[in-house]
Design a protein around this ligand. Structure first.
Ligand code: KG4
Ligand code: ZN
Length: 334
């Protein structure tokens, strides 16, 4: 069994997954409420909280799997990208666990985790497939021919889709994280009440597979200013619904384009924004229309979690003890 640890941002996560890809446990302690009052993740607070929680979450994961350290054959951990202090807590803890037991350690690319989350049981996707990953820090479409790696076909030129949700929610006076808040509020709003831009900034080719969300966010800022406080308050649900529709439409347009271009029949979603109800429904509709199969992971495998880190560890070269002791975390991997 693989014991995986993930602490790249504000969720302290540990999971136990079999080498075949069966998730035995997937423990997550979300720090969302802790950061809410600051309107976003405060790196120093995140690191300290990881430090307080990591041992308990690791024990939870083992207990939830009905396993002990004796059952663990490999320790996997997110090496990056992410907040460096936060990553270091998970990496140090994983090294200590692995070294104490003389086990191999697998350093995992967090984004590889999002890309291969849908290779887990009970319904693993088969390559070749395309994966749309939309999270708080990244947004891209990747092609996977072999789950050991992935090729990015197009990515965001500015903000990530999750960042657009979080910044939009802030402008609308909603809490952090903004994605779930907008998702909830949008159910009561009119998605066509406001027109938000869905195109790339001038000078960028619409034929490529890149994304852009910064114009959208600026457009919401101006709209909120024009409406004034009282009217914004009254139309909050319409603003949320229209804004969410623009983000989902941009993502779906690129995904459709990628499917047409690559001729691949299997498609997956990944990343926190893949938990969005409109995006999931729109992706289902798109894939039905194009006659391709879609994998939408369960919500707890979309947002940050350690099961996806174990999933990627199955396709990553392990380091033997003691070769990993001087391994460093990396805020960026590319
Ligand atoms: O993948 P993730 O948990 O962390 C990163 O690797 O960034 O993604 C977090 C992002 C946040 O921006 C959050 O607002 C967004 O995912 N998110 C959502 C939803 N749930 C989480 N966005 C839209 N709708 C949701 N239901
Ligand atoms: Zn993530």
């Amino acid at each position: 069994m693989i014991l995986a640890i993930e602490t790249s941002c504000d969720d302290t996560c540990a999971a136990v997954v079999t080498n075949a890809g069966e998730v035995r446990s997937n423990a997550i302690a979300s720090q969302g409420l802790l950061h809410e009052r600051y309107g976003g993740v405060v790196p120093e607070i995140a690191s300290r909280r990881h430090l307080e929680l990591i041992d308990a979450i690791t024990s939870d994961a083992l207990e939830g799997a009905g396993a002990s350290l004796d059952d663990v054959s490999t320790v996997a951990v997110t090496r990056g990208p992410g907040l460096i202090g936060a990553l270091l807590v998970g990496l140090s803890s994983a090294k200590a666990l692995a070294a104490a037991r003389g086990l191999p350690l697998v350093p995992v690319d967090h984004l590889h985790g999002h890309v291969v989350a849908s290779t887990l049981w009970p319904n693993p996707i088969e390559p070749p497939y395309l994966c749309l990953v939309a999270s708080g820090g990244h947004t891209f479409v990747a092609r996977v021919d072999d789950p050991r790696s992935y090729t990015i076909l197009g990515e965001t030129l500015d903000d990530a889709a999750g960042e657009a949700f979080d910044k939009g929610a802030r402008l609308l006076g909603l809490g952090y994280p903004g994605g779930p808040a907008i998702d909830r509020l949008a159910r009561d709003g009119d998605p066509e009440a406001f027109d938000f831009p869905r195109s790339l900034p001038a000078g960028h080719s619409a034929a490529g597979l890149d994304f852009s969300f910064s114009g959208l966010k600026t457009s919401l800022l101006y709209r909120v200013r024009d409406l004034g406080e009282e009217e914004t308050d009254r139309r909050r649900a319409d603003l949320a619904a229209s804004y969410q529709t623009a983000i989902a439409a941009s993502l779906i347009a690129r995904l459709g384009q990628a499917i047409g271009q690559e001729g691949v029949r299997n498609v997956a979603l990944g990343g926190g924004v893949a938990a969005n109800s409109l995006l999931r429904a729109s992706a289902e509709e798109l894939c039905r229309d194009l006659g391709v199969r879609l994998w939408t992971p369960p919500l707890d495998l979309c947002t940050d979690n350690a099961a996806m880190i174990a999933a990627a560890a199955r396709f990553t070269e392990p380091l033997r003890y003691p070769d990993y002791l001087d391994l460093d975390a990396a805020a960026r991997l590319r």
